[in-house]
Ligand binder design. Sequence first.
Ligand SMILES: Cc1cc2nc3c(=O)[nH]c(=O)nc-3n(C[C@H](O)[C@H](O)[C@H](O)COP(=O)(O)OP(=O)(O)OC[C@H]3O[C@@H](n4cnc5c(N)ncnc54)[C@H](O)[C@@H]3O)c2cc1C
Length: 346
Amino acid sequence: MYQRSKPQRGPLPVAPRGDSPVSIIGAGIAGAWQALLFAQAGHHVTLHERSDEAMMLSTSHWAGGMLAPYCESEIAEPIISRLGLRALDLWRRELPDTPFNGSLVVAHSRDRNDFERFARLTSDHRRLDAKALAELEPSLEGRFRDALFFADEGHVEPRRVLPKLHERIIAAGGTIKFNSEPAPADLEGLVIDCRGLSARDTQPELRGVKGELILIETDEIKLARPVRLIHPRWPLYVIPREDNLFMLGATSIESEDTGVSVRSALELLGAAYAVHPAFAEARILEFGSGLRPAFPDNLPRIAIDKKHVTVNGLYRHGFLIAPALAELTLNYVERGQIDNEVMRCV
Ligand SMILES: Cc1cc2nc3c(=O)[nH]c(=O)nc-3n(C[C@H](O)[C@H](O)[C@H](O)COP(=O)(O)OP(=O)(O)OC[C@H]3O[C@@H](n4cnc5c(N)ncnc54)[C@H](O)[C@@H]3O)c2cc1C
């Protein structure tokens, strides 16, 4: 298992504030947070992104955006909770309008044992009976006999929050170059490589883990927070978006094919129907999938090779942990602090 990390002194800091340029490659959730914290700390930041502003080439574009360290602790290593809890503070600090309405976990009677297991393996939840659930989410009245409520969790809408982060980077003095795909060797100063799955040229262990999703629209159901439905194979969820949209996600498949299978579509739509039958009348707007960048241990890694730092392997927790990873990188660069659990000096 992992040692609790103690900040240690590492090699000499590589880029004292303001002295030399900091180039960040990849404006997905990992790179955006790195750019924001470095720009705010007074570094000369340029963020390069090969996509245009729509960010269609990033995994982040396809994500659910749940900030759910407690729910994720059912299957994730303790390091994810540690980074996730710190990251919640950073989301609150930098984007105070981030919804922290909590999240709900529900199950149908056939999955009762898995529901109880989920309750045992996670913390910081309280059990709501049917009445309390209906008070919290009136659309779910009469649907479930009880639920777990994780009051401190949040969620963001990736396609809205990435542009917000990009705006904040510019406001903090950073520069963003879209449609820019530089070779790291051509960049001066500190290079922070946040290319996700495209970084396999230097990180050959990376693999893509497919996550499929469906976007639907209905004004018949209102939810204020993500609802997870206990499912024997995947954590399936319904996440409310603005304008009566809901994201149904997400499968987790060891495949780099980016199509959406009929089986996955049936399971995702079935989960929505199980949460509320009125979802059957919703309009399907989009089927999609993204490849989560993962190392063999499914844990994030900050690899440091002199003036080249790689931040990758965010797997299924990119939105949850990216702020904390950015803070660790900044602490290394400015103070030489090494976090033993996450950093590797190569
Ligand atoms: C269906 C689904 C649901 C998910 N739900 C959640 C969730 O609820 N909560 C959560 O925390 N996480 C979730 N995730 C995981 C999360 O999406 C990923 O962990 C995260 O997006 C990885 O971010 P990244 O910045 O490392 O990679 P990416 O988002 O892929 O960003 C890398 C960027 O680098 C750019 N790039 C690549 N090569 C170059 C180059 N040479 N030059 C310039 N730019 C380059 C790419 O265009 C891309 O924009 C989900 C993922 C999926 C697929």
